[in-house]
Ligand binder design. Structure first.
Ligand code: B12
Ligand SMILES: *[C@@H]1O[C@H](CO)[C@@H](O)[C@H](O)[C@H]1NC(C)=O
Ligand SMILES: *[C@@H]1O[C@H](CO)[C@@H](O)[C@H](O)[C@H]1NC(C)=O
Ligand SMILES: *[C@@H]1O[C@H](CO)[C@@H](O)[C@H](O)[C@H]1NC(C)=O
Ligand SMILES: *[C@@H]1O[C@H](CO)[C@@H](O)[C@H](O)[C@H]1NC(C)=O
Length: 429
């Protein structure tokens, strides 16, 4: 059931015209490219100790046409080392991102994908996700954001998948689109991109029935995404907006012009950029493509890599540290909530992040406030507190809150304030 993608020439021509006709894209004008500079600086001046972060960044740079030899080489090296040292530990979505990043446009490193059989590894890992759903009450090994990345990469890189299975899995009512009852815009957006790829490659004669299901799913997902649009134009939150924009770009036939003011979204994102909102590389990498009108469906292994001269002129200045000299201490309240609540007050330096608070509390009482973290593409992720470990099959995790409200940043990024009430809560999603 390999997906055939040999359309006649005329079909190919039409195929390449359709997207540009249907898509309602409000990209930034060239004169305004300087407003993207903080994102680019963040992406190229970072150290990259983590392979997955590196694939996100490489993909984004290539997609928008930023060619920086030294940065690219560093990223590629990081990704390849990551594959070599822990290929069997990589999750399905991590493998998918690596394929997308190394395989975007014709470049010498795409060989690495084929030398290491990454596409067939991905097929296997994708099926393992689906098998886990069978065994654990419809919960995949990872999550639907990653299953969407998997389908997208398999679709773009001629991997094997079944349209019928995709049509079944990506039903919008599936619980995996939701975390604690809240629709995940990131997840829905990635699913729309994956479904669009599958839809464009499908053949009416053989897949007609499933293609209709997929269209319906897309329509409903687009509706859910739009219903998460905020007054200021952000969709979900600032970190999901870029991928939501991509999803809307490729599905303009599913909503009316008056349902989304793209320019307003763009303006709000620029404001956020100027306030330093996307200060970690992966956040910058995920927002950037949409701002220049690109989507992950523009990833094309067969077209030459391009360099956009408008991006590759000025040398970026290093990102300034915002909290360098803040010698004074601040006092915060910190609790761990499981079935009961364990609390303490700790003093930390002004400018500290959530993680510093947890460390200070642990100094006070190791038994109650001990915890473990794992490095991930978004920074340190809390995996256990008091020895109690988060578990994907049970959908449990350690939720971060301030004043009882969930935070939209992790412990490594969220800067705490004097007098604040912080909490880590044992939760299910
Ligand atoms: C799935 C998911 C989750 C799942 C993760 C478990 C699972 N079943 O996979 C759950 C629901 C538990 C979760 C929790 C949180 N998440 Co989350 N999550 C995602 C999502 C949708 C996909 C991640 C993914 O698989 N990426 C692809 C793979 C290939 O990359 P990866 O690095 O290997 O993925 C791992 C990490 O991303 C990690 N992870 C997931 N969320 C977060 C958040 C932070 C801060 C860190 C450090 C790691 C992390 O879990 C992934 C699977 O192991 C992203 C959306 C996005 N745009 O990335 C949001 C996202 C990364 N999460 C986010 C947030 C804020 C959180 C929480 C801090 C929310 C909270 N208030 O508690 C917590 C993490 C708390 C902690 N313990 O440290 C934000 C991060 C924004 C930022 N600037 O830091 C994102 C971007 C969503 C958003 N738009 O706001 N998340
Ligand atoms: C492709 O996948 C389908 C269903 O997922 C499976 O039945 C088929 O055997 C696979 N073919 C190959 C060549 O792997
Ligand atoms: C919390 O309390 C409930 C009911 O008493 C119990 O079943 C559960 O195991 C407890 N959870 C934890 C993590 O201690
Ligand atoms: C902490 O630092 C910020 C800016 O660096 C400053 O505005 C604030 O007043 C400081 N707070 C305390 C309690 O020192
Ligand atoms: C830590 O807290 C536990 C439970 O409240 C207590 O029994 C223990 O003595 C405390 N340890 C320290 C070092 O304070």
């Amino acid at each position: 059931m390999r997906q055939s993608h040999q359309l006649p020439l005329v079909g190919l021509l039409l195929f390449s015209l359709i997207p540009s006709q249907l898509c309602e894209i409000c990209e930034v004008s060239k004169e305004n490219y300087f407003r993207l500079q903080p994102l680019i600086s963040t992406m190229i001046s970072s150290k990259y100790t983590r392979g997955i972060q590196a694939s996100n960044v490489l993909l984004s740079l290539r997609l928008v046409g930023i060619q920086k030899q030294d940065t690219e080489q560093r990223l590629i090296q990081q990704i390849e080392e990551n594959v070599k040292s822990r290929s069997s530990d990589l999750t399905s979505g991590q493998v998918a991102l690596i394929i997308l990043a190394l395989g975007e446009c014709q470049n010498p490193d795409e060989r690495f994908i084929y030398d290491n059989n990454l596409v067939s590894q991905l097929e296997t890992k994708f099926q393992a996700e689906v098998e886990n759903m069978g065994a654990h009450n419809c919960t995949p090994l990872t999550n639907y954001y990653q299953l969407s990345l998997d389908v997208l990469a398999l679709c773009l890189f001629n991997g094997n998948y079944s349209i019928r299975q995709v049509a079944e899995l990506f039903n919008p009512e599936n619980k995996n689109y939701y975390f604690s009852g809240q629709f995940s815009v990131d997840t829905g957006a990635m699913a729309v991109l994956a479904l669009t790829c599958v839809e464009r490659k499908g053949q009416i004669e053989t897949d007609g029935e499933y293609l209709n299901h997929i269209k319906k799913h897309k329509k409903s997902l687009v509706k859910k995404i739009l219903s998460e649009k905020k007054e200021n134009g952000l969709i979900g939150n600032k970190f999901s907006t870029g991928e939501a924009m991509q999803a809307l770009f490729v599905s303009s036939e599913y909503y009316n012009k008056n349902e989304w003011n793209c320019q307003q979204t763009l303006d709000t994102v620029f404001k956020e950029i100027s306030q330093g909102a996307f200060s970690i590389p992966i956040a910058a990498a995920q927002i950037l493509p949409a701002l220049v009108g690109k989507t992950y469906l523009d990833i094309n292994k067969d077209s030459p890599c391009v360099s956009d001269p408008d991006f590759n002129s000025p040398t970026p200045k290093p990102t300034s540290e915002r909290y360098t000299n803040s010698p004074s201490n601040i006092l915060v309240h910190y609790s761990v909530k499981i079935n009961r609540t364990y609390s303490t007050n700790v003093a930390v330096l002004n400018g500290s992040v959530f993680l510093n608070v947890m460390e200070a509390a642990r100094e006070k009482n190791e038994t109650i406030f001990r915890f473990t973290v794992e490095e991930s593409s978004w920074g340190p992720y809390i995996t256990s507190v008091q020895g109690l470990k988060a578990n994907n099959n049970d959908r449990t995790y350690w939720q971060l809150l301030s004043e009882g409200k969930p935070l939209s940043q992790g412990v490594g990024s969220y800067v705490v304030h004097d007098g604040e009430n912080l909490e880590v809560r044992w939760s299910t999603y």
